[in-house]
Design a protein around this ligand. Structure first.
Ligand SMILES: Nc1nc2c(ncn2[C@@H]2O[C@H](COP(=O)(O)OP(=O)(O)OP(=O)(O)O)[C@@H](O)[C@H]2O)c(=O)[nH]1
Length: 510
């Protein structure tokens, strides 16, 4: 049987990796409406109130980019013919990564080095000449990140050739040089060894990530619990209590669809009967888990298209650069060659921040001068990653409000320019959502998805005063995979998204 076009998949997440049929891989470029079309579509949408702090931060960051719109943008570079990659048949590899949870590993608390806060460097006064800089001198190699090693099982999986013309039977591709034949268990308690720094004398105790998630969502679950308690004091379940409960759930940002699911479930089994707050919370957790389950997916990296391009987008301050650093640490620890691109060419601190993450994770960073055209930087970074044989290229972008058409247009241009190098690129478009934002995140996803082809989400700052309910509404409406959650500022504070954990934390169920 001739092997058709098949892919090599590298996966992170709690679930077993199933075979990923080529046609099912969601590509961000499917039927993207134009920027104009998006604004027509969403013009009808109510301008949702934006949490003051996000708006303030966003405005402040956007204001100091006043020159942004006037800046001469480069013409979109024509693709050099030799750059178009020849499509070679590859082999599907199933890489099983078991994520050992803190609980399973019996780790109640983890000790770790003090929080890593990248120093904010003064903006460069004399911008370097127009060239992209590749910082190859990582201070801390990826090896410094210590992980329990078992074995990586990589099995070539032969699949029948799809209708595409039969290709020669491809020899199994060599496994990536850096992956030793041993299974990488991406543990939640990744300890990073600072090669030459003394272990702090009294490192602060850090809660396990799940406890931080629960703590971060405690305000939401507390408010829900108090409201539910107020509704069900000695009242049987009737139409009024169901309506009151529905209102409370919508106020918790869970969204109309999920609120109705929960009240319908309660009504079906408990109508006319007494019901306790605990019972309501349990049913709530169960219904929320049913909404989140389908979107809790492992991040799939298609390594047959090297480099697999991950474009990270989102509103200002949502944690793009930090998430890139955390993700780069996971991928390099998993044996992949990662290159980073400082596509946020407008904030000097962002370029510097990414270089620091690059040194920390051993990933080379491609950057250009302040104010350079982001699309041009992305184009150059792809070429450098291709030449370097990188497995993954992660591109940072400048934060932008979804209602700034000219900034969103720049994002669409980055996507188009990447497509000139590799028609499938960017393979993954991750949007970071700040868990403290609330309702406005729904509108952010709508517009970023339409313009940049977002095909995966990361919810950050769930260790803060999170209003995580909005992730349930977003999942119900957009059905986009939620790959990770951010539960802190440190390198290991990025966890695969687990539907049950999140549902229990929001509902306040032990
Ligand atoms: N507590 C907490 N803080 C986070 C988390 N993720 C990011 N942060 C912090 O949020 C702030 C903004 O993070 P950045 O990574 O700079 O956000 P950004 O989206 O790149 O910002 P812009 O470049 O301005 O768009 C920083 O102080 C981060 O340390 C998280 O999961 N938890």
């Amino acid at each position: 049987m001739a092997l058709g076009f098949i892919k090599k998949i590298f996966s992170f997440g709690k679930k077993e990796v199933e075979e990923v049929p080529a046609e099912e891989v969601l590509h961000p470029k499917e039927a993207l409406p134009t920027v104009e079309q998006t604004y027509e579509d969403t013009a009808a949408e109510e301008a949702l109130p934006v949490a003051d702090d996000v708006e303030a931060v966003a405005d402040e960051r956007v204001e100091d980019r006043g020159a942004f719109a006037e800046r001469e943008a480069i013409d979109e570079p024509a693709p050099e013919p030799d750059l178009l990659p020849e499509i070679e048949p590859a082999i599907i590899y199933q890489v099983e990564i078991d994520v050992t949870t803190a609980e399973e590993a019996g780790v109640a608390e983890v000790e770790s080095p003090p929080a890593f806060v990248p120093p904010v460097q003064p903006a460069e006064t004399t911008a370097p000449e127009e060239e992209t800089v590749v910082d190859e001198t990582p201070e801390i190699s990826a090896e410094a990140v210590e992980l329990p090693m078992d074995e990586v099982e990589i099995e070539p999986v032969a699949v029948p050739a799809p209708e595409a013309p039969t290709a020669e039977v491809a020899e199994p591709l060599p496994t990536p040089a850096k992956q030793s034949p041993s299974k990488v268990t991406v543990s939640r308690t990744v300890e990073e060894k600072q090669a030459d720094e003394p272990i702090p004398v009294a490192p602060e105790k850090r809660l396990a990530w799940f406890e931080r998630l629960r703590k971060g969502l405690s305000r939401s679950s507390q408010q829900l619990g108090d409201s539910i308690g107020g509704i069900f004091t000695k009242r049987k379940l009737d139409e009024d209590t169901l309506q009151d409960l529905e209102d409370v759930l919508i106020q918790a940002d869970l969204g109309m669809e999920t609120a109705i699911r929960i009240t319908d479930s309660l009504s079906a089994t408990r109508y006319g009967k007494d019901i306790s707050t605990e019972e309501v919370r349990t049913i709530m957790a169960s219904e929320i888990e049913k909404v989140l389950g389908p979107v809790a997916k492992p991040l799939e990296l298609d390594l047959s298209h090297k480099p697999h391009v991950i474009l990270v987008v989102g509103v200002n301050g949502t944690g793009k650069t930090t998430t890139i650093g955390k993700l780069a640490a996971k991928l390099t620890a998993g044996g992949l060659n990662v290159m980073l691109a400082a596509g946020d060419t407008f904030r000097a601190a962002a370029i510097e921040q990414l270089h620091i993450w690059g040194k920390r994770t051993g990933a080379p960073v491609v950057s250009s001068k302040l104010g350079a055209d982001a699309a041009g930087l992305a184009f150059d970074a792809w070429k450098q990653a291709k030449e370097a044989g990188s497995d993954v290229l992660i591109i940072d972008t400048a934060g932008r409000l979804q209602n700034r058409a000219e900034l969103m247009d720049e994002l669409a241009k980055i996507v188009r320019v990447l497509g000139k190098n590799d028609p499938e690129a960017p393979h993954t478009v991750l949007q970071t959502l700040d868990a403290t934002t609330g309702q406005n995140a729904l509108n952010q996803v709508e517009i970023f998805k339409n313009i940049a082809g977002v095909n995966g989400l990361v919810m950050t700052k769930l260790d803060g005063t999170a209003r995580g309910g909005i992730l349930v509404a977003i999942s119900a409406k957009h059905k986009l995979p939620v790959y990770f959650i951010g539960v802190g500022e440190q390198v290991d504070d990025l966890e695969p998204f687990a539907a049950r954990d999140f549902a229990k934390a929001i509902a306040g169920v032990a």
